[in-house]
Structure formats: structure tokens, C-alpha cells
Design a binder for this molecule. Structure first.
Ligand SMILES: Nc1nc2c(ncn2[C@@H]2O[C@H](COP(=O)(O)OP(=O)(O)OP(=O)(O)O)[C@@H](O)[C@H]2O)c(=O)[nH]1
Length: 448
């Protein structure tokens, strides 16, 4: 195994010459190869995973998924999702999980290869394994939906203080790819850690201070730094690190786009909820006075040009509601209002109408295109439902007044319905008056 690896990586005498004389002393150990391979593996996984993710989210992957013989993308996406998705679905968390997971895989892969090929000191293998275990436990913690920012802070510190300095020392220091990796991880830290400005400043200082320190070490004590064994190894490492960096940038930018989209979706949802709440009566859930008037007024205007158009406006008022409040309390009064509203909404909706609460114990119903027979039916069903389901202190009773044929404005139409309602109250309540039909050509006569 060791020989094969060495043959593949061409670690021959010529390669050793490229590196120049050993600076740290002792025989040349090809420890750099392990970290290089780990980056290759991580980059390959990242590229395949990201490609499958982009494939499915853009719809390109659907082409493959429709064909049962080409379901590789589907399988990869399933694994990719399992790795990144947990109990909580937020783009920030997914971005975090993706980053931490690949860092952990990189550590384990590197440690394993270094061990198998006997490339580095045991110290390097142990430290990288410990860092990998730390990152993996952070990833597992994140998958369970725990708070992402604390874990992101810990993983950033682990990478910045331990992993990248090791990478620096074992990968030709300032001539290797570690500075590029520092830059990408710093970008990740700035993107994911939405912390207070002073903490952001601390992170920036950390990502400046550690490379400065390493540059100084590189300059003052070059014996600490391991060179590349060959030009080929240097080129491969540069290519792989660059690919890894592009992949990580993709994860970050993709995460940001998804986060922007989900926040936009949330804003729209809340705006819609607010709009809806502004149109509804908070106690009964029916349209409130303003929105009911607007709907009914729009109907009046819409039917203005049409002659003899059908339609009815009904006003309902609960009977002796003040007595109910005074005798059984306001809570019972509210229960009565809610019950009546629910029954009213169900009956009216079933007949294509709209119900609203005009205030107190007064309700309004718009039945577009309804003739007298339909209005009588609605009224009958409503009374029947209230009688059949008595509340604790008896059935809800109410009076109603109906105005047929839309008027020029809702105010005029309401006034006519109100007259009918008043008539119903005068007749002894618990009844509906239908007699307020508009005279023929009432619109023309009103305009004159
Ligand atoms: N519980 C409760 N009571 C309300 C609410 N809004 C208005 N009221 C009460 O409704 C009562 C209306 O009383 P009135 O206008 O005298 O009507 P009424 O007693 O039903 O008499 P008639 O309509 O003539 O049968 C008042 O006591 C108000 O305080 C509400 O949201 N909840």
C-alpha cells in the first residue's frame, strides 16, 4: 500500500531534489502528500455534492430522475440532503453543516492516508484526528437543530488556530495554499457568524493575526516548514486547494441566496397575515366593518350599469343582547357572538355570500345575485341552526332586515336594510323583514 502510494505520487529522488535540502533536519518525510490527498477527496465530494444539489434545485436533475436508469443524481441528492439537513431547516444552518462536515471529512481522510502511507509524524495524525472528531461532533450537534452560531464560532476557531497552521507547516508555508484557505474560512466566518460588531472585529483580528504569526515563523525559522516533494505535488496541491475553495464559496453563496429567498418568503407571508388581520374582526374572524363595506361597495359599483340585477344585503342584530351580557356576563356574551358568527359564516359561505361584523352584536351579509327565495333559504337555515344548537342559557335569537337590488352606494343600501331591521325589531324581534324592495328604476330616480 505504502509503495503503491509513493509510486502514484512519484516520490522519487528527482522529486526530493525539487524540494531542496531538508530544512527541518532528519530524512525527508512525505507527510504533505496525505494532506494533499485529503483535500482532493474533500474537493471531489464537495463538487459532486454541490453539483447534485444545484442540479435538483434548478431542475436540471429532474431530467436524470425521470429516467430510472439515470437516478445517480437522485441518490446523491438524498445522501447530500441527509448530511446537510437536520431537524431545523434554515439556509444558515445548512451552510454551516456543509462547511463543518467537509472540514471534518478532510481531517479524517488526511489522518487516515498519512497513517496508511506512513507520511507524517504521529503527532500530526493524532492532532488532525482530534480536530476532525471535534468538527464531526459539532456537525452532529448542528444536525439535531441546535444553535448554529455557537458551534460555528467553535469550528472557526478550531480551523483557524489549529487546522490551518498545521496545514501551513506541513505544506510549504507561505509558498503553499494555506493563505488561500485562510481567506475562504475567514469569508465563511464573516458570512455565518452574524454576531455583534466587536465580535466581528475579533474574528477579523484572529484571521489576520494567525497568518501574520505564521509568516513571521516562516521567515525567521524556515526549518519548521516542510517543503513540497516535487513540482507536480505543488501544482496538484494548488489545483485541489483552488477547487476546494471554489466549492466552499459555492456552498456559502448558495446558502446566502437560499437565506435571502426564505427571508423574502417569510416577509411576504407576514405581510399577507398582517393584511388579513387588518381586514378581520379579532373576536369573530368575520370581515370587519371597513372591509365588509369595501366589498359591498365594490359590488354596488360593479352592478351599477346593469339594470334589475339581483342581490341582497341583510343586516342581523342579536335580540336583547344587553340583557344576555348583564345577566350571564361579557364572557358568555362573547361566546354567543362567536357561536353566531361561526354559524352565519358557514351558512353564508355555502350560498356564495360574504359575512361581516358591523359592530357590537350587528352583522351584515352580502349575497350577490340572490333572489328572495335564496335569501329566505339562508335565513331559514340560520334560524334552524341556532335553534338546534342552544347555548348554555338557550338558543341565540336575532332579527333581520333585507334590502334587495344593489343601490348606488353601500351607504344607501345599508340604510334600506337598516329600515327593514328596525321593522323586524318593531314586530317583536326573532324575525326577518324582506319587504324593503327598491322601487323600479330606483337608481335612475335617485340620480335625478
Ligand atoms: N360581550 C360583548 N358585548 C358587546 C360587544 N360589543 C357590544 N356589546 C354589547 O352589546 C350590547 C348591545 O345592546 P343594545 O344595543 O341595547 O341591543 P340589545 O340589548 O340587543 O337590544 P335589541 O337590539 O333592541 O334587541 C351592549 O350592552 C354592548 O355593551 C362585544 O364585543 N362583546
Amino acid at each position: 500500500m505504502e509503495c503503491a502510494l509513493r509510486r502514484v505520487l512519484r516520490l522519487d529522488e528527482q522529486s526530493v531534489r525539487y524540494a531542496g535540502p531538508r530544512r527541518r533536519g532528519g530524512p525527508l518525510r512525505e507527510r504533505v502528500v496525505g494532506t494533499r490527498i485529503l483535500r482532493m477527496i474533500t474537493a471531489a465530494m464537495l463538487v459532486v455534492g454541490t453539483a447534485s444539489h444545484i442540479g435538483t434545485s434548478t431542475g436540471v436533475g429532474r431530467f436524470f430522475m425521470t429516467d430510472p436508469d439515470k437516478n445517480l443524481v437522485h441518490t446523491l441528492t438524498r445522501y447530500w440532503r441527509w448530511l446537510l439537513e437536520g431537524n431545523v431547516e434554515s439556509p444558515e444552518q445548512r451552510m454551516n453543516r456543509g462547511f463543518v462536515f467537509f472540514a471534518a471529512v478532510g481531517c479524517f481522510g488526511g489522518a487516515l492516508l498519512n497513517y496508511l502511507a506512513n507520511l507524517t509524524d504521529t503527532f500530526f495524525i493524532v492532532v488532525v484526528t482530534i480536530i476532525g472528531a471535534g468538527l464531526l461532533s459539532i456537525w452532529a450537534y448542528l444536525r439535531r437543530g441546535h444553535y448554529a452560531r455557537q458551534s460555528a464560532k467553535v469550528s472557526c476557531c478550531l480551523i483557524a488556530i489549529a487546522l490551518l497552521p498545521l496545514n501551513w507547516i506541513y505544506n510549504q508555508g507561505m509558498d503553499g495554499p494555506s493563505l488561500l484557505l485562510f481567506l475562504v474560512v475567514a469569508g465563511y466566518a464573516f458570512c455565518v457568524l452574524l454576531v455583534a460588531p466587536w465580535q466581528r472585529l475579533l474574528i477579523a483580528l484572529l484571521f489576520l493575526a494567525v497568518p501574520y504569526l505564521l509568516l513571521w515563523l516562516d521567515y525567521r525559522s524556515p526549518g519548521w516548514i516542510d517543503p513540497y516533494p516535487s513540482r507536480a505535488a505543488h501544482a496538484i496541491d494548488a489545483a485541489m486547494t483552488y477547487t476546494l475553495s471554489i466549492g466552499l464559496l459555492l456552498v456559502m453563496v448558495g446558502g446566502f441566496f437560499r437565506r435571502f429567498e426564505s427571508e423574502q418568503r417569510l416577509i411576504n407571508e407576514y405581510a399577507e397575515k398582517l393584511r388579513e388581520a387588518g381586514r378581520r374582526d379579532s373576536l369573530t374572524g368575520l370581515f370587519n366593518h371597513g372591509s365588509f363595506y369595501a366589498i359591498a361597495d365594490a359590488y354596488c359599483r360593479q352592478t351599477e350599469a346593469e339594470r334589475g340585477v339581483e342581490g341582497a344585503l341583510i343586516l342581523y342584530d342579536l335580540d336583547y343582547f344587553k340583557d344576555i351580557n348583564d345577566t350571564y356576563g361579557h364572557v358568555y356574551g362573547d361566546t354567543t357572538l362567536k357561536f353566531f358568527s361561526r354559524v352565519l359564516r358557514n351558512v353564508v359561505r355555502a350560498h356564495g355570500g360574504t359575512a361581516g361584523r358591523c359592530g357590537g352584536e350587528e352583522f351584515a351579509v352580502l349575497l350577490p345575485g340572490a333572489d328572495q327565495a335564496k335569501v329566505e333559504k339562508v335565513d331559514e337555515l340560520l334560524r334552524e341552526a341556532c335553534e338546534k344548537q342552544p347555548l348554555e342559557h338557550g338558543p341565540v335569537r336575532f332579527s333581520g332586515g333585507v334590502a334587495f337590488e344593489p343601490a348606488d352606494s353601500i351607504e344607501i343600501w345599508m340604510e334600506r336594510a337598516d329600515h327593514a331591521l328596525y321593522a323586524a325589531k318593531c314586530r317583536g324581534r326573532n324575525t326577518t323583514v324582506f319587504r324593503y324592495r327598491a322601487p323600479p328604476n330606483h337608481r335612475q330616480s335617485q340620480q335625478q
